[in-house]
Design a protein around this ligand. Structure first.
Ligand code: 3PG
Length: 401
């Protein structure tokens, strides 16, 4: 982060937008990656003598407080990671926020309650959003945008507030953008993209854009069944997006014409029901073109895991978004593990491996991989995808004006 445009921040109140949207089990944080990633910017500003006021969202509350979306557990964890107390305001721009901000000494840090408890934050009405942004801006002297995971959202704390205060890009946003640029501008070849996750419809823009850039595209996860069906295979009870079949056919044709290799799994791990608490998984491996009518695919098979690893071996640039299967269930986690392992080998051989997305990041950590084994683990899911789609990110554009 280069905060020089803000002048000397000592004694100033700096509002920092972070993405602290972490997975919770009750009030237990199950993956604190995003909190850890937000620490360097907050610490740098606090060390420089700023009074740091962090604003963030958790989940998708509908413009009103809901206990289960409180940032209170996040404030506690942020304090542990910073090694200092973090004052927590129980509202975002109300009496508690004002009192908390007023009570800060130079170098101290506060976190405001979930910004999405306020209807103005996500409002499509510019005036309503602007009025809320005015209130947020009135708490501080300057704004630092560091919530990379939300820069694709035109929301008050991401976009409008930057128009109201002297602003700068935070260290995390700056790093994320630098890495993503290396995936789009003259990537080192071979360049392999691995896509998974449940829906083709979430990945259309990325496939569209990367089909012209990557050398190979490996597809797994729930979205693979729409591709298999598009090739004329039956997929049983597997996840299927009927309305995307033509799109998948068009991608397969385009790849053939442009010489990009699309690799689909040759074998699939199936079961007869989706894994749930009271049913013991009974996995079977079948050829991808012979999925039984009563079965659903839950992971790529072992031969495909090896094929994908072979396709990744020797890659100089890799982008991966979306798990290969239902990795939360051990019996369906091998495909995701095989891909994660292959990415670590790309890193070890000096290539750039990028894991995109909150879910994929949580997946590799829950499978026991160390962050350092990858070139970069992006904190942004939707944001990194939209960047790779070539879309404009409002939270970035606004900083340039
Ligand atoms: C994310 O989890 O990708 C970011 O925190 C953005 O959250 P949102 O999709 O609810 O805007």
């Amino acid at each position: 982060g280069d905060y020089s445009s803000l002048g000397d921040v000592a004694g100033k109140t700096v509002l920092v937008r972070s993405d602290l949207n972490v997975p919770l089990d009750g009030s237990d944080i199950t993956d604190d990656g995003r909190i850890r990633a937000s620490v360097p910017t907050i610490k740098a500003l606090a060390d420089a003598g700023a009074r740091v006021v962090v604003t963030a969202h958790l989940g998708r509350p509908k413009g009103a407080p809901e206990d289960r979306y409180s940032l209170a557990p996040v404030a506690a964890r942020l304090g542990e990671l910073l090694g200092t107390d973090v004052a927590f305001a129980t509202d975002t721009v109300g009496d508690s926020a004002r009192a908390t901000v007023d009570g800060l000494a130079d170098g101290q840090v506060a976190l405001l309650e979930n910004v999405r408890f306020n209807p103005g934050e996500t409002s499509k009405d510019e005036a309503e959003r602007g009025a809320f942004a005015d209130e947020l801006a009135s708490l501080a002297d300057a704004f630092v945008s560091d919530g990379f995971g939300v820069v694709h959202r035109k929301q008050a704390s991401v976009y409008d507030v930057a128009q109201r205060l002297p602003h700068a890009m935070g260290a995390l946003v700056s790093t994320e953008i630098d890495v993503l640029r290396r995936l789009t501008v003259e990537p080192e070849r071979p360049y392999v993209v691995v896509l998974g996750g449940s829906k083709v419809s979430d990945k259309l823009g990325v496939i569209d854009n990367l089909l012209d850039k990557a050398d190979k595209l490996l597809i797994g996860g729930g979205m693979v069944f729409t591709f298999l069906k598009a090739q004329g295979h039956e997929v049983g009870k597997s996840l299927l997006e009927d309305d995307q079949l033509d799109v998948c056919r068009a991608y397969l044709r385009r790849a053939e014409e442009s010489g990009v290799q699309i690799l689909l799994p040759g074998d699939i791990v199936v079961d007869t029901s989706f894994p749930s608490g009271d049913v013991t998984p009974d996995p079977r491996v079948v050829p991808a073109d012979q999925i039984p009518a009563d079965a659903l695919g839950l992971d790529i098979g072992p031969a495909s895991g090896a094929d994908f690893a072979a396709a990744l071996s020797g890659a100089r640039t890799v982008f991966w978004n979306g798990p290969m299967g239902v990795f939360e269930v051990p019996q369906f986690s091998d495909g995701t593990r095989a891909v994660a392992q292959a990415l670590t080998e790309v890193t070890a051989a000096g290539g750039l491996s990028v894991v995109g997305g909150g879910d994929s990041a949580a997946a590799v950590r829950s499978l026991g991989f160390d962050d350092a084994a990858f070139g970069h683990i992006s904190t942004g899911g939707g944001a990194s995808l939209e960047y790779l789609e070539g879309k404009e990110l409002p939270g970035i554009t606004v900083l340039e004006s």
